[in-house]
Ligand binder design. Structure first.
Ligand SMILES: [Zn+2]
Length: 234
């Protein structure tokens, strides 16, 4: 493949433009910016780019190196940018919200003192029922129950099921690189670094995700220079 001085100059201009956008994008995490800059360098400026047989993934890997634990940094950074939904932390544990069970009282025994705390069970919960928004599909509330209150959990679950299956959750993490790089190659990379990852139905790019689950009606942020990525086989 021959590269004319005109093409070389075109690459230079593209690189300069892309760097300017990457440095001024307030939504980029520092690691994502570093990764994007390495991708830009590898594809538009690296002198060996015309002759190498290595994939983009491999070249970016060498540019960013390994972390202290010896792990390739680019893999972790790509995984961080994979567009996905992550439930809030509070989803992972809770205490039972079933009604408080009155302690056993023998006939004729004096009445127990009036309850002071909340009138819920409060035991460590093993059963969770996740309530998802019918609009965004994201988890809006988790109802927790202990085993004694399993029936309450069933009731809540049935009640929620009657409202119908919510849509797949709107992503809330990652999706920044697709602002600058064509999505096809990125999807392949995301899948390779994050086992089980599936592309969201809402698109890879965070700009395309409706904030309230409704279709985006405002014009998308203009994308001036998309770098066409080579397919990665790594
Ligand atoms: Zn309980």
């Amino acid at each position: 493949m021959t590269h004319t001085p005109g093409q070389e100059f075109g690459n230079l201009q593209q690189y300069d433009d892309l760097c300017a956008r990457l440095y001024t994008d307030p939504d980029l995490e520092p690691g994502t910016r570093e990764l994007a800059l390495a991708m830009a360098w590898a594809q538009l400026r690296d002198p060996t780019r015309h002759t190498t047989n290595d994939s983009l993934m491999r070249r970016v890997g060498f540019l960013l190196g390994r972390d202290r634990m010896g792990r390739w940094r680019h893999s972790q950074l790509f995984a961080d940018d994979a567009p996905r939904y992550e439930p809030p932390r509070a989803v992972h544990s809770g205490s039972c919200v079933g009604p408080r069970v009155r302690p056993y009282r023998a006939r004729g025994a004096p009445p127990p003192p009036a309850p002071t705390g909340p009138l819920v069970c409060g035991d460590r919960a093993q059963i969770s029922v996740r309530e998802r928004s019918p609009v965004t599909g994201q988890i809006v509330k988790v109802h927790w129950y202990c085993r004694r209150h399993a029936k309450h959990a069933d009731t809540v679950r049935e009640h929620l099921a009657r409202a119908g299956e919510p849509p797949p959750p709107l992503p809330n993490k990652g999706g920044r690189l697709p602002r600058y790089f064509t999505p096809k190659g990125l999807a392949k990379i995301y899948a390779s670094v994050r086992p089980g990852w599936e592309p969201p139905i809402y698109g890879l790019c965070a700009d395309d995700w409706p904030s309230d689950g409704l279709p985006v009606l405002v014009p998308k942020r203009p994308r001036l220079s998309l770098v066409v990525m080579e397919a990665s086989d790594d």
